[in-house]
Design a protein around this ligand. Structure first.
Ligand SMILES: [Zn+2]
Length: 179
């Protein structure tokens, strides 16, 4: 499981608080910075905040945690792992849980999942191959932006499985005809 990019740095400037023990990480102290949201994920949150007039700096949307190297980093990793891991899935049953997301992340994911469903419906209803290929590209774009993919339907959900299968076949056929 990828949790983030770990940097080990000497604290510059003012002291910060450690995410785990809430004690200071003082200036000059070597500590861990785990960057949890960056690249495309950060871009998406940045854009969302910008449209809401909330993006203040270029770093807006970046998510990271500062932690003491001794004990705190390990404890934090175990906690994150626990929340995201299969242990929870087994305890709760059903699909693996999504990682804990803040409101912005949830809203972005929600929008993408809805857009994906809409494109799937459009492909299902379309019969023009040019349009199907175009929609298929849009679907791929949306899937790229979804940091955590949508889980495949359960065995029981026959209807959704049938639609997905049908859409898949339509895309393959349309692409073959266009090539
Ligand atoms: Zn600490």
């Amino acid at each position: 499981m990828i949790i983030g990019i770990i940097h080990v740095n000497r604290k510059k400037g003012r002291p910060s608080r450690c995410r785990i023990c809430k004690e200071d990480i003082s200036a000059g102290e070597v500590h861990a910075v785990v960057i949890m949201r960056y690249g495309k994920g950060q871009e998406a949150v940045f854009k969302l905040r910008a449209t809401q007039g909330k993006a203040m700096t270029k770093k807006s949307g970046l998510k990271y945690r500062r932690l003491h190297l001794k004990d705190c980093l390990a404890m934090w990793l175990v906690t994150v792992y626990h929340y995201r891991s299969e242990a929870r899935r087994e305890r709760k049953g059903g699909r693996p849980p999504l990682p804990i997301m803040d409101l912005e992340e949830k809203s972005i994911r929600h929008k993408l999942v809805r857009r994906r469903a809409e494109v799937l419906r459009q492909i299902n209803a379309a019969d023009d191959n040019t349009r199907i290929v175009k929609l298929a590209h849009r679907l791929e774009e949306i899937q790229d932006k979804l940091e955590i993919p949508v889980t495949p339907p359960h065995e029981r959900n026959l209807h959704r499985r049938m639609i997905l299968g049908k859409v898949d076949r339509k895309i393959t056929a349309a692409k073959e005809e266009q090539s």
